[in-house]
Design a protein around this ligand. Structure first.
Ligand code: BTN
Length: 261
């Protein structure tokens, strides 16, 4: 199932992302490594935020993956990871995409998983290329809030809840099963992305877009907020923001998207 990936399970660490980043910086990584922690004492979120998660409520892991692409050729990676997580959840729950759509599962640009506007999961991607010609090692950290998984289950059609996410994630062996399905899907998607980039995934991502056609505010990266209507993404995964009669392109970086009330 996970042919190339070394699997590591630990009871406690500060941050699985930091663990793998330290190994990449020390030049110790050769094959992809997936590292899951029961508990993180200093979990990191995007934009320097803290990722607080209690063991019984969350699934926290990181995957270190080597790309042949250079860092500048990785645009769209965080969106691709969101799609890979959806596929992994679908496979773990034995559901098809239409059922998952009905459940309210969506992607929020650039890299959150939502279920009926509650945050089901977040993605933090770090790493880089030590020197020209080396692989680009990216540490892909994923945190899934299992409490919101309960909301997710409640929104599934009644006949489809047999192996729903809450059941999977509440019982230890099933958390393991979900994790393995996520790793499997990530490995597949990341290998394809390394060959083809984000373009083949653009249309698929838009099917899961939580905010298409809605008024949004983009903030962060030390810049003034930008307002407009979310109008999907381009081939590189950049957000297309409609403002009066022009469309502007927003690249992910450390920006956040909010619904404009
Ligand atoms: C976000 O802010 O939404 C991203 C959250 C990412 C959290 C995960 S949990 C596993 C990995 N280790 C970390 O320290 N952070 C990521």
């Amino acid at each position: 199932m996970t042919a190339n990936c070394i699997l590591e399970r630990i009871t406690e660490t500060k941050s699985t992302n930091d663990d793998l980043l330290a190994r990449w910086r020390a030049g110790e990584l050769i094959d992809p490594v997936a590292r899951i922690a029961h508990k993180q004492t200093a979990g990191k979120g995007r934009a320097g935020r803290v990722w607080l998660a209690s063991p019984e409520d969350s699934l926290c892991f990181s995957l270190a993956f080597p790309f042949k692409r250079t860092p500048s050729e990785l645009s769209g990676l965080s969106l691709l990871v969101g799609l890979a997580v959806i596929t992994g959840i679908a496979q773990a729950c034995d559901l098809n995409e239409a059922n998952l759509q009905t459940s309210g599962l969506r992607l929020k640009w650039p890299n959150d998983l939502l279920v009926n506007e509650g945050k089901l999961g977040g993605i933090l991607i770090e790493g880089g290329q030590a020197k020209a010609g080396d692989p680009t090692w990216m540490i892909i950290g994923i945190g899934i809030n299992l409490r919101n998984a309960e909301v997710f289950e409640a929104n599934l059609d009644s006949g489809l809840t047999v192996s729903a996410l809450t059941q999977l994630t509440k019982l230890a062996p099933d958390v393991e099963y979900l994790w393995l399905k996520l790793i499997d899907s990530l490995e597949h998607h990341l290998a394809e992305f390394d060959l083809q980039g984000f373009k083949p995934y653009q249309k698929c991502w838009m099917k899961w877009d939580a905010y298409r056609g809605q008024s949004v505010c983009i903030s962060g990266a030390g810049k003034d907020p930008i307002y407009g209507t979310a109008n999907g993404i381009d081939e590189a995964g950049a957000l297309l923001l409609q403002q009066d009669n022009k469309t502007i392109t927003i690249h992910a970086g450390d920006v956040s998207l909010r619904i404009q009330s």
